[in-house]
Design a binder for this molecule. Structure first.
Ligand code: PEP
Length: 251
């Protein structure tokens, strides 16, 4: 039952913001997004992780948007899970479609990053999702299962307690084209059934599968009311007070 899984809303700020706009987001998050029934996590750009962690309410998690698969070394421009943890953050978003499709990250690299981040003690929002041409070719499930399998191959069953899966159809991210509640529910339900076979019934029942892709204040209630949609990963709307409405979608 969805009610056993705590509703989860993550804000992916992407490569946006400056200290002034970040302060404004922190202000409405601290004022209106702290809710014992909802796990809220914000994901600023790496530059602002430390700053946000210090200023946002401790009940709100803070996530890096990416990290590499080793602790340190000659990887110019990258950040490690250890660094995200060192500045007090709890989460990292991995496998976001922009990492996969703009920066060319493979399923295997995403799996290795998830493995390393979990080992470091971070919790992971692991993103999966099909491109438009893949959906049109009837490959939605195959793509989502393949991307999830690459993660399964790198982790232990016990790690699932620290993972949230974000189903984010690539064609719905930042496009204003949201998956219908029926389309999203169908993928979430199939993925949960598949996890039951591939991992365990316990993991399938307890893992939160959240939806991402043009979620806004207007569509969040209908999406959030579906039994297998356990929350959202929100891009554009997480920069605005609309995020408050999305956090309260189940209220
Ligand atoms: C995202 O970046 O994860 C996302 C879902 O973006 P948007 O809400 O802007 O579509």
């Amino acid at each position: 039952m969805s009610s056993q899984r705590k509703f989860f809303v993550g804000g992916n700020w992407k490569m946006n913001g400056n200290k002034q706009s970040v302060d404004k987001i922190i202000e409405f998050v601290n004022k209106d997004c702290v809710d014992p029934d909802v796990e809220v996590v914000v994901g600023p750009s790496a530059i602002y992780l430390d700053y946000v962690r210090q200023k946002v309410n401790p009940a709100v998690g803070v996530a890096g948007q990416n990290c590499y698969k080793v602790a340190s070394g000659a990887f110019t421009g990258d950040n490690s899970a250890d660094m995200i943890k060192d500045v007090g953050c709890e989460w990292v978003i991995l496998g976001h479609s922009e990492r996969r499709h703009v920066f060319g990250e493979s399923d295997q690299l995403v799996g290795e990053k998830v493995q390393y981040a979990l080992k470091t003690g971070l919790k992971v929002i692991a993103c999966i999702g099909e491109k438009l041409e893949e959906r049109e070719a009837g490959q939605t499930e195959a793509v989502c299962f393949r991307q999830t399998q690459a993660i399964i191959d790198c982790i232990q069953k016990s790690d699932w307690a620290n993972i949230v899966i974000a189903y984010e159809p690539v064609w719905a991210i930042g496009t204003g084209k949201t998956a219908t509640p029926e389309q999203a529910q169908e993928v979430h339900e199939k993925l949960r059934k598949w996890l039951k076979e591939k991992v365990s019934a316990d993991v399938a029942n307890s893992v939160r599968i959240i939806y991402g892709g043009s979620v806004n204040a207007g569509n969040c209630k209908d999406l959030g009311g579906r039994p297998d949609i356990d929350g959202f990963l929100v891009g554009g709307a997480s920069l605005k007070p609309d995020f408050i409405t999305i956090v309260k979608a189940r209220k």
